[in-house]
Design a binder for this molecule. Structure first.
Ligand code: BG6
Ligand code: MG
Length: 220
């Protein structure tokens, strides 16, 4: 049966997917890289250097490692400026209620975020205490779509992956969940989330009672 829910942060709990997207678009414009919505969708959920690599696939210029590090830091500066004033008002509608309903149902709550800014963002949103275990990108080697981050969260919670359900807004995250052997819930109505087991329009539609399990431990 279901014993834990592991949430992604950016675009699921916090209204920050747009801030990441805007920061990448700003950098792309400055270095002359064409940026469209499909690239934006592919960058979601992917860690900082991985995202930069996807962006630079479209560049004519060969950047050195030092230049790439500087570009990634520049993007992070733009991102941090956009989230500087964020607080509890920047939780996505229904996000806190979704986490609390899962807690009340007796489930463990984890966070699996590719963002190195995740711990600071949780503090600003005022929700650090709602999580039993948090994994951010600085604690793992392989980024989403690799399953490592969700498996690390399950292990930290002490729950088998098959008893975990994950909530994601990105294709890379859904792929990571599936590879981890977890139930994958997609939030947002993108074609990119077609591989999710369950698709919800937003986290506001997340109701833990939907996922009640029967006596065989199957989702009901
Ligand atoms: C993910 C976001 O949560 O974190 C990505 O969906 C972002 O857009 C990634 O690139 C890494 O974030 P950061 O804050 O470490 O640059
Ligand atoms: Mg996300």
């Amino acid at each position: 049966p279901l014993q834990a829910v592991i949430f992604d942060l950016d675009g699921v709990i916090a209204d920050t997917a747009v801030a990441h997207d805007a920061a990448w678009r700003q950098l792309a414009a400055e270095i002359g890289v064409p940026f469209d919505d499909s690239l934006g969708e592919r960058l979601k959920g992917v860690d900082r250097m991985g995202s930069l690599a996807l962006l630079l696939e479209r560049s004519q210029h060969a950047y050195s490692d030092a230049e790439k590090t500087a570009l990634a830091e520049r993007k992070n500066t733009y991102y941090k400026a956009r989230i500087a004033d964020m607080g509890p008002q920047d939780l996505l509608p229904g996000a806190r209620a979704a986490i609390e309903s899962a807690r009340r149902a007796g489930l463990k709550i984890g966070l699996a975020s590719a963002s190195r800014n995740a711990p600071m963002l949780l503090q600003r949103l005022g929700i650090t205490e709602l999580f039993d275990y948090v994994v951010d990108a600085s604690r793992i080697v392989h980024s989403k779509p690799d399953p490592e981050i969700f498996l690390a969260a399950a292990s930290g919670l002490g729950i088998a992956p098959s008893a975990c359900l994950g909530v994601e807004d990105a294709a890379a995250g859904i792929a990571s969940l599936r590879a981890a052997g977890m139930t994958a819930v997609g939030v947002g109505l993108h074609e990119a989330l077609a591989d999710a087991d369950v698709l919800l329009p937003s986290v506001a539609a997340f109701d833990i009672s939907i996922f009640k399990t029967d006596s065989n431990g199957e989702l009901g």
